[in-house]
Write a protein that binds this ligand. Structure first.
Ligand code: SD4
Length: 332
């Protein structure tokens, strides 16, 4: 409901105009997405993103339909969620760390294998665009903390307080008990990881987040780390992650998925194996955390898999923008 209000407002203000041909639909059948065959014509343009992100995916799709690049599409799409104050895991309105500071992580990767990222940045909303600047205009790939903020300010980004009243209230309520217990799919929901294939068949990806709510100051998760939160290889495909970043980092999940696809696995099989690497560790207790992956290969076949139920993703394909429930591991 809240998201719908945001969509209305964003459309009215021209923040994100979803192409008229983009049909918003909802689909409960995860099987639907598995049936694409690897023969035939590659599907393009295509956009896939974590969670219920119709406006972000619609915005990226519109960029592609107008002939824009996959890189432009993922940047523009992610900016929608960064500006969405109601989303408490990304950009403005993100839940803060335990000291009350909102710190953002983001990364972007293009079809040439170039990559840029910013880590633990305060006061800058559109960190995905700062990450792109790091990639395109510096000799480095990662900038963190104060240095990243300084770079952003020097490049015309404006500083603003990212802590909204709603997130401040949530943090104050959390402080009463100060219990650090991420609740799967709720407290840490909505990080956006996005992959796109443009009309030329080039693949790019982006990922942006405020990280885990009430994290320790200085904590950085998987999202801005190449190979963990995101990986793209233009010859093979791309993958991106959401959920408990520590588990994704320890298994280098997105790189793993792309390498498994290189070896011939479908995106779905690769996502399932990457989740398997987490849940099949001896003695692993995964009941209290969520990890989910989405992936796409060069043909435009897609896959998604999570540990627990209630992960969904938006897919723009063949002119239709659909929210699809992901298949998941823990069916007990
Ligand atoms: C992190 N992976 O910082 C992110 C959190 C996330 O949906 O994905 N939330 O660990």
């Amino acid at each position: 409901m809240k998201r719908r209000n945001f969509i209305k407002k964003a459309s009215a203000t021209g923040l994100g105009l979803v192409a008229a041909s983009t049909v918003l639909a909802s689909c409960d059948n995860q099987e639907k997405d598995k049936k694409v065959t690897s023969s035939g014509t590659p599907v393009r343009p295509l956009v896939i993103a974590t969670w219920d992100t119709p406006l972000a995916v619609g915005t990226a799709a519109e960029v592609l339909q107008k002939g824009g690049t996959a890189l432009e599409a993922v940047e523009q799409g992610c900016r929608i969620e960064e500006a969405n104050e109601k989303g408490q895991s990304v950009g403005k309105g993100g839940l803060p760390d335990r000291d009350g500071n909102v710190t953002l992580d983001a990364c972007i990767m293009n079809e040439k294998g170039d990559y840029g990222a910013v880590l633990a940045v305060k006061d800058i909303k559109h960190v995905i665009s700062v990450a792109r600047k790091v990639m395109e205009e510096t000799p480095h790939v990662l900038l963190a903390g104060e240095g990243a903020k300084k770079f952003a300010l020097e490049n015309g980004f404006e500083a603003e307080n990212l802590l909204t009243e709603a997130s401040k209230k949530a943090w104050e309520k959390w402080k009463i008990k100060s219990e650090y217990k991420p609740i799967i799919n709720i407290e840490n929901h909505d990080t956006i990881g996005m992959l796109a294939i443009d009309k030329e068949g080039n693949i790019s990806g982006a990922c942006t987040t405020s990280g885990l709510a009430y994290k320790m100051a200085g904590r950085v998760g998987d999202s801005p780390i190449i190979g963990s939160g995101l990986f793209v290889d233009n010859e093979v495909g791309g993958a991106t992650a959401t959920g408990l970043g520590e588990e994704v980092l320890k298994t280098v999940g997105s790189f793993l998925i792309v390498e498994l696809m290189r070896q011939g696995k479908s995106p779905q099989e690769a996502c399932e194996e990457a989740i398997g690497r987490i849940v099949n560790k001896p003695g692993k207790d995964f009941k209290d955390f969520q990890v989910a992956y989405i992936a796409v290969n060069k043909m435009g076949e897609t896959g998604a898999y999570s540990i627990h139920e209630h992960f969904s993703y938006n897919l723009f394909k063949d002119g239709t923008n659909t929210n699809i429930k992901s298949d998941f591991y823990n069916k007990s």
